[in-house]
Every structure is written in C-alpha cells, then in structure tokens.
Write a protein that binds this ligand. Structure first.
Ligand SMILES: Cc1ncc(COP(=O)(O)O)c(C=O)c1O
Length: 480
C-alpha cells in the first residue's frame, strides 16, 4: 500500500503535491509495471477530489512515468525505472558518492531542497523571454555573456560597492566552472596554490586537475592565520590563494576587515592573485551584510566569483567572474574552449528575473527562512549535543555549523554510526586535500526544515553520546 501524505494547508496545489509525491515513489521505490491505486480509492484515502488524482496521473503519464491500460488502471512505466532518475537525484556535488542520502535526515547537503526553488516566477521569466527573443534565445551567445545581463550585473555590483569596468565581467556556467577556468588560466604543473585549511572540495579538485601543489593554512575565527601565510610566502612563490571570505565553507568564518586589508597587502608584496568565491554573502542573519574583499581591491588582485545558482537554483548553472583586465584575453579563450558560452535561454531568463526584482525578493525570503532554521539548529546544538562537542564559531549567516569532536576521535566513524540511524552529515575529511582522519564535521540546515532539524538532532545526540562512550580501538594499528 502506498503511503502518501498531502498537506492541505500548504500553498502548493494538491494535484502538484500528489504528482511530486507519486513521482518520488515511482523513482525511488516502485518497480516497473507496478499498479497504482485506482483513482477513487486514492482520492478516498487522501480525502481529496478524484479530479485532483486524475490531474496528477495525467501529469505522470505526460512525463512517461506511468502508462494507462484501458479498463485496468495506471502502471509504472519501465522507462521511469531505466531512465536513471534515481541516480540523478543523488548525484550532488557534495555527495561524490560518499554520502548516503536515501531516506536520511540530510545535514550533509548545503543545497536547498527543491521545494524552495522559485519555479513559478522563473517559468514566467522563461515564457516572457521566449515570446520576446524567439529563436535568439536558442542560438550561440557571446562567450563573455548576454550583454544586458552583464550590464545589469555591473549596476548590481555597484550597489554592493564593487566597482568595475563592464569588460571585466564574465558570465560562466556556475562557480565551479569559474574556479576551473581560473585554474586553467593560472596554473601549470607544480605551481603552488594556497587554500584555507578546510575548504570547498570542488576547488581542491580543480587545482589538483592542473597538478598544482596545494598548501593548506590554518583558519582562525576572524580569517586566515596570516603570519603562517607570510612565513610560507617568504619561501615559496604562489600563483593564487583561494578563499571564501564570508560564511566560509565549511567553517562559517567571516574575515575581519583588518585581515582583508592585510591579505591584499600580502598579495601586492608577494605578487599573487586572490580568488574570492562569494557563495553566501547574501545569507547574513545580522543587520548588515558582511564585507566583501573585492570592495577593497584597488590593484586588481582579486578575481571575484559570485554564484547566482547555488542557493537560488543550482541547476541553472549561472555565475559571474569579475576579473583583472590583464587576464581578459586568456579568460575569453578559455571560456570559449570550455563550452563556447553559457546557455542563452538561462542567461536571458535570469536577466529578466533580476530586472523584475524577483531575485532580490527571493533572496530576502530565503534569508528569513534560513535564519529561522539557523536559530533552531543553533539552539538544538547547544541543548542536545554533549559539552565535549565544540563549535568552531557561532556563524552570523550561511548554511552550516562546523563542530569538533574531542581529540583523537574520528568524524568518519561518527558518520557511519549516524548514517545507520538515518542521519547524515559531512565528515571533515571531505574538506581537505588528504583523506586523513578529522575530528571536525559540518552540519548543514539547507535541505531540512525545522521539524527535521529537531528530529535529526535527537538522533544525532544519541549517536554522539554512544560514540564518545566507546573506545576507538581499531585506531591502534600494530607496527609491523
Ligand atoms: C564554496 C563553493 N563554491 C562553489 C560551489 C559551486 O557552485 P555552483 O553551483 O555555482 O557551481 C559550491 C557548491 O557547493 C561551493 O560550496
């Protein structure tokens, strides 16, 4: 018997809720040719109108997820199972095949759940752009990006006190592509790159793919340990330093203005570029937005990346780079060689979406929503986790908390035990260039609502207590 719950209080129409729930069941659980409940039976069971069920079944049939046999009912289409929907669903950047997401309370993902995406507003933008631009939306676009979008972005950045020349703005297909292209432009075999100790795995992968030598430097509560950085710079010529200045992934740290200024001085003195990956500066939960390094960049040392997709709709694959003029020719060549241009329809629809004020509205709604989750998670951590678990800092925004087990413990082992009980998170080694054991772990609240946070923290606190009470005997390998 199918177990499905419909929320009659929700703003989402009932037929859409039912369609989505059934689709999930078909993709995740049901095998080919399974018979779906008859319309009348399902409508009685859920206490909804039969016409609602008919509409949901029609949509599933349109997606080729079910087929209808006259007189017998509706059945799961074999193509729905072989189409590989299930693999797609779990193939997130964070996952890397290492995190088990099925059916778990997901404290691992830093990507908002799909019900938070502004589908209707974006549908409106796409339809508008298709009526307006017709086939132009589907032809190759300029490699540097759709000009009206670049112009809009120039003003948008100005409103955030980031001043630049239009020539310096490049549209790319997501921040990951930005990092990859920058790595291609700047790095050759054996070149040195510095990163924050604990950083975004996708950046490490991009630098490793250029066979660069990666040095990690300790991050403190107000930014990098700049003394350690300068000691390293005295002995080593580096090409670039990769950083997240706000709500750093995974530590949640915000760099202080003093450290930002000092970092720029070091970049000038030791001649390297700083790649600032600004993923989350919009998600602040204090009164004022945090400070962005690019705002202070007088000497074109900072290559600024801002993803427009990650917390908005990651599947859009849209980001911008503001780059120093001298890198322009190589940037254009490399972007062209990578994918010619980012998708025209997406750029045009996003341009319209921005101009209509939808984006600002969406971000401000999401800021409020995530702030609530943040507060609940913060309270739950204080209330439910044992005292031995340390929070690196209490972040002022972003989507995660960076926590530490007592010395000698291993967050991967805790992960295994938590996953068994239905809660997943990101163990610390996922944010390092080595797979060495780590006491740290990241708890994210992007993909869980307040109820799930509480339930997940109940489970996690028990697992943590069990784990802390046990000895990690298998850590002592005999010396052979
Ligand atoms: C710090 C950081 N930078 C970049 C990305 C990738 O962003 P995009 O989806 O724009 O490629 C991620 C995704 O998780 C991230 O955490």
């Amino acid at each position: 018997m199918l177990k499905i719950k419909i929320d009659k209080e929700s703003n989402t129409p009932l037929y859409l809720q039912l369609y989505r729930k059934l689709k999930e069941k078909i993709v995740d659980e049901l095998s080919a040719d399974t018979k779906l409940p008859p319309i009348r039976k399902l409508s009685d069971m859920l206490g909804i109108n039969p016409a609602t069920v008919v509409k949901a079944y029609d949509m599933l049939a349109q997606d080729n997820l079910i087929y209808k046999k006259v007189g017998s009912g509706s059945f799961v289409a074999p193509a729905a199972v072989s189409a590989g929907f299930k693999e797609d669903k779990n193939d997130s950047m964070l996952n890397h095949g290492q995190i088990k997401l099925d059916k778990s309370i997901n404290f691992a993902s830093a990507t908002p759940s799909t019900d938070l995406f502004p589908v209707d507003d974006f549908k409106y933008a796409i339809n508008h752009v298709l009526d307006r631009d017709q086939g132009e939306a589907f032809t190759y676009q300029k490699s540097q990006g759709f000009l009206p979008l670049r112009k809009y972005i120039q003003d948008y950045l100005k409103s955030k006190s980031i001043y630049n020349n239009l020539k310096e703005i490049q549209i790319v297909s997501g921040a990951q592509q930005a990092i990859d292209i920058i790595a291609k432009i700047l790095l050759d075999y054996g070149d040195k790159v510095v990163v924050e100790k604990a950083t975004y795995f996708g950046a490490l992968q991009a630098f490793a793919s250029r066979k660069a030598e990666i040095k990690s430097i300790e991050i403190k509560r107000d930014g990098l340990d700049l003394d350690e950085l300068e000691d390293y710079l005295k002995k080593n010529k580096i090409k670039l330093f990769f950083t997240m200045q706000n709500f750093q992934n995974p530590t949640g740290v915000n760099w202080s203005r003093e450290k930002q200024q000092h970092l720029l001085e070091l970049a000038e003195k030791y001649n390297f570029f700083i790649v600032e990956d600004d993923l989350l500066s919009d998600l602040y939960y204090t009164e004022n937005a945090p400070s962005i390094l690019k705002q202070l960049d007088k000497n074109e040392r900072v290559i600024y990346i801002k993803s427009f997709s990650k917390v908005f709709m990651p599947g859009l694959r849209l980001a911008l780079i503001v780059l120093p003029q001298k890198l322009l020719p190589e940037m254009l060549e490399t972007k062209y060689a990578t994918d010619i241009s980012s998708a025209g329809l997406t750029q045009r629809a996003f341009d319209y979406y921005l101009r209509e004020g939808f984006f600002e509205k969406h971000i401000s709604l999401k800021r409020n929503l995530f702030k609530k989750r943040f507060e609940v998670m913060s309270e739950e951590i204080d209330k439910k986790l044992p005292e031995e678990i340390e929070s690196f800092i209490k972040p002022e925004g972003g989507l995660y908390f960076w926590l530490k087990l007592p010395q000698g413990k291993d967050s991967s082992k805790l992960y295994e035990q938590a996953a068994e009980k239905g809660v997943v998170f990101s163990p610390g080694y996922l944010f390092t260039a080595s797979s060495a054991k780590s006491e740290y772990f990241r708890l994210s609240f992007a993909a869980v609502d307040e109820k799930e946070i509480k339930k997940g923290m109940d489970i996690l606190s028990e697992v943590v207590r069990d784990y802390l009470g046990s000895s990690d005997e298998d850590d002592f390998s005999p010396l052979l």
